[in-house]
Design a protein around this ligand. Sequence first.
Ligand code: SF4
Length: 222
Amino acid sequence: MVKLVDLLTQVRACTACADLPLGPRPVVQLHPAARLLIIGQAPGTKVHATGQPFNDPSGDTLRRWLALDRAAFYDETRVALMPMGFCYPGKQGGGDAPPRAACAPLWHWRLRALLPNIHLTILLGRYALSAYLPERASDSVTEIVRTGPVEHPSLGRLWPLPHPSPRNRRWLAQNPWVEGAIIPEMRAEVCAVFRGACPSTPLKGLRPLENPRLLISLILLE
Ligand code: SF4
């Protein structure tokens, strides 16, 4: 049976996308002991330059959501980071281009099979949601996030979230129930995945009972 370390060697040598604007540089963090798997979108330029996943403002927001400091987040024996596209895809329409479509079918399922200790998988944004929850392909990100976690027959517990990109700040402001209710619930589950050992930092921002606007949103959701 192929070992994860051997498959990662193949990933790091991958040149399947010959036309990447900055060339292939797969950025993943994977270890067979990891208990939390995060499926993101694709590296941006800073992540490409440093080779460190989520080493950017999206990562700052994600770590705040998870209440994990950088040391815990980058502990590969705890957290696995696997975007839908492993290499920087370039620009398109004022933002980053979509993750390369060839990447996940080529690598994800083989890599996932070599992560036997994953207790929770967090899906960030449209591309991860479409790939891992294809039955919800016609639903909006808002509808899928509102549904909350689902039990997948072979992948276990999947938690759908919006992407923590700064480009989603307006959407997050328009949907305060996400940071006010969904994120704290998810964060508690992440702590349980780590057997309550995750370092915690206060979640700045909205709390439902302290913020009238959020409280109204939650009431309307009922
Ligand atoms: S994006 Fe994925 S498939 Fe394309 S070159 Fe990088 S690792 Fe290979």
